[in-house]
Write a protein that binds this ligand. Structure first.
Ligand code: BEZ
Length: 211
């Protein structure tokens, strides 16, 4: 059965380009992004891993550890990393998991047999410090993911975790956020000293609390 939001992300041990890891130990008490790609030495995957490396400081700033995964062997990952570094002008230093026996891919339902019997699709999981799944997305092999969107979701999730606010459609860093329904307007006025704008009793905005 596939993982759903709020489920505990399964722990695993894996061989990676950064050495053997235990997933939970690697994450420590922080956030994680685990994402699969179909195969090494393929064009879209090359750009995706390059973009992830380029955004290293953005993930670090947010306390997020990143791991990529495919069912290719470790030697192949290592050779391909040289190509990614060369063509994308980056240094890939996050772990790329070699899931040759597909045990992790199966635990995270990353193989969709009607898309491909053998390769992982583009699955991506955001995992919280409580090791629970906060978001998952699945893209087809032919569409590279938007890693700025992944960062935007992490910002939203961290605002919710730290300040009990939600974010509206197309929200961007610095824009007003939404008071969650569980917080009364009276409590919100106390909680958010920058002010609460009540558009409807259920639609209340406040400036981003950590700005
Ligand atoms: C790619 O990464 O470019 C790719 C991988 C598998 C199928 C199609 C594209």
């Amino acid at each position: 059965m596939s993982l759903r939001l709020g489920d505990v992300a399964p722990n695993f041990q894996a061989k990676t380009t950064a050495g053997d890891i235990d997933f939970y130990e690697y994450l420590g008490g922080g956030w994680g992004v685990l994402f699969s790609h179909p195969a090494d030495y393929t064009p879209v995957c090359t750009t995706e891993l390059g973009k992830t490396a380029l955004l290293k400081s953005e993930f670090e700033k947010r306390g997020v550890k990143v791991l990529a995964l495919s069912v290719d062997p470790l030697d192949k990952h290592k050779g391909w990393v040289n190509d990614i570094n060369e063509t994308q002008n980056v240094t890939v230093d996050f772990p790329i998991i070699a899931d040759e026996d597909k045990s992790i891919a199966n635990a995270y339902d990353m193989i969709h047999p009607n898309a491909s019997e053998t390769f992982t699709v583009r699955s991506l999981f955001i995992i919280g410090p409580d090791k629970k799944v906060k978001l998952f997305i699945t893209y087809p092999a032919s569409t590279g993911r938007n890693f700025y969107e992944v960062l935007r979701v992490i910002d939203s999730l961290q605002l919710t975790a730290n300040y009990s606010v939600a974010t509206p459609a197309d929200w961007k860093e610095g824009e007003d956020v939404i008071v969650v329904p569980a917080v009364s307007t009276e409590a919100a006025i106390e909680k958010f000293p920058k002010g609460v704008k009540v558009v409807k009793p259920y639609l209340r905005y406040t400036p981003q609390p950590n700005k």
